[in-house]
Design a protein around this ligand. Sequence first.
Ligand code: OGA
Ligand code: MN
Length: 224
Amino acid sequence: MATLNKYSKTTSGSIFDETLFARIADDLYSNGYSIQPAALPEEVSGALHAHLEEINASKYVEAGIGRGDDFLKNEFVRTDEICWITGSSTAGQKWLDWTAELQRFLNQRLFLGLFSFESHFAHYAPGAYYKRHSDAFIGEANRVLSVVTYLNPAWGHEDGGELVLYKDDKDREGIKVVPLYGTLVIFLSEEFPHEVLPAQRDRHSVAGWFRVNTSINNKIDPPL
Ligand code: OGA
Ligand code: MN
């Protein structure tokens, strides 16, 4: 069936395709997750990929688990290293503008009430992994939607490093996603435990989370 693409521009000028957003919304509504190969606009993927060269090793920190005072380093769970995206680089800003359009669309279409977004680059050295986990923490149940995109050109099954998305706590089989350049994975943070298998090569991803506002006593959480 022919699809009419509907292109618009983000504030930083990247072209985005609302029919892609509509497919993501349909998948989320029916299944709670969406896997879209070659989905991120080349202008955004290309900028993020080029930016990897500029983030030298010193900007990455060992990844931990939890936020603020609950932050824990736990080698048993994950051995990747991360670099938060603040929008201070053009590449980071393009990504944040694109995810803001996605947020606006999903709020309009699915009434998700997404309020803010946080994301980071992640580098998995050969052999690094992130064991089965959930992105939403008990008592901090404000991460509602997880999004991951990959920056690895010419990646095949033999390179390992798949993301395995489990449909529920009982699922042991999961759905394997090859972390190939441009692929986008989006899922409800509380519903899908997942893991990153060790890779043979350096593996680069960008992971992000849309959050709802869980303010208490008029103190906005998360901070804007
Ligand atoms: C995460 C995560 C998945 C990936 O950072 O929480 O699950 O494929 N990342 O990099
Ligand atoms: Mn995760």
